[in-house]
Design a protein around this ligand. Structure first.
Ligand SMILES: [Zn+2]
Length: 247
């Protein structure tokens, strides 16, 4: 609470309903001009982040999927007929799983925002569409993905980045981020173990390649050239090390 007493915080409208009071507060933040950029992507079991300084993070979110699945199982095994008790129990489980999920997401968004970089994400209205019926994915896969709190994660990134750093998150169109090579832009060939390969020689984990595309799409043109050169150099360095290892 003590943070609320910062003179930079202004109290706005107060709304009172029969069981809640909500106070809107605003803060004057000194905008930071970020020099580094981060592309962020949400995948089935992780959140990946590729930074313009070369750092790559993969945060596991498999706990979220597990929590959701456990909740679904409890629901499906419940045979009591008393609707009121049933509703109460489901509600209790539901709130608990929401809290746990939110906490995991909070930790990840905090880590990403605390680095004071320009965050770049995909526009999620498009992402949801990707996982709709008729896109060639199984029902189970689709429901697991749609159960993932995409919107909550994005909401947290957006408000935290604004609140702490005064930086607005950049949102890019999600077209083709997972199907094209982040180095040359050609269509990638899927390989085993979630890897992708391109005729230009680029090989990478497919989530990281997609996240790299998000980073490049959202990075202003001035910085983009340097970034691409860096990642091409990295590819050659890697190829050289591979050659050395084979000799
Ligand atoms: Zn390529």
């Amino acid at each position: 609470m003590s943070r609320l007493f910062c003179p930079c915080i202004k109290i706005g409208a107060i709304t009172i309903t029969s069981d809640t009071i909500s106070i809107s507060i605003s803060k004057e933040t000194q905008s930071i001009k970020p020099t580094e950029f981060v592309g962020i992507d949400t995948n089935l079991n992780n959140i990946s982040a590729v930074h313009s300084d070369g750092q790559v993070d993969v945060f596991s979110t498999s706990n979220i999927t597990k929590i959701k699945e456990r909740y679904r199982k409890v629901k499906s095994h419940f045979r009591r007929n008393d609707v009121r008790i049933k509703r109460k129990i489901f509600q209790k489980y539901g709130i608990k799983q929401q809290h746990k999920t939110k906490q995991i997401i909070h930790d990840i968004s905090k880590k990403l925002v605390s680095q004071k970089k320009q965050l770049i994400i995909e526009d999620l209205t498009g992402i949801r569409k990707l996982y709709r019926k008729g896109n060639g994915q199984g029902t189970k896969y689709r429901s697991r993905l749609n159960g993932w709190p995409f919107y909550e994660f994005r909401r947290q990134l957006e408000y935290k980045s604004k609140w702490y750093n005064g930086i607005k998150v950049i949102k890019i169109k999600p077209n083709k981020t997972s199907s094209k090579c982040s180095i040359c832009g050609a269509k990638v060939i899927p390989e085993e173990n979630r890897q992708i390969r391109c005729h230009c020689g680029h090989m990478e984990d497919r989530d990281i390649n997609a996240t790299r595309n998000i980073l490049y799409k959202g990075t202003p043109v001035v910085q983009l050239r340097g970034l691409r050169v860096k990642s091409i150099n990295r590819r050659f360095d890697r190829a050289k090390t591979n050659e050395k290892n084979q000799v």
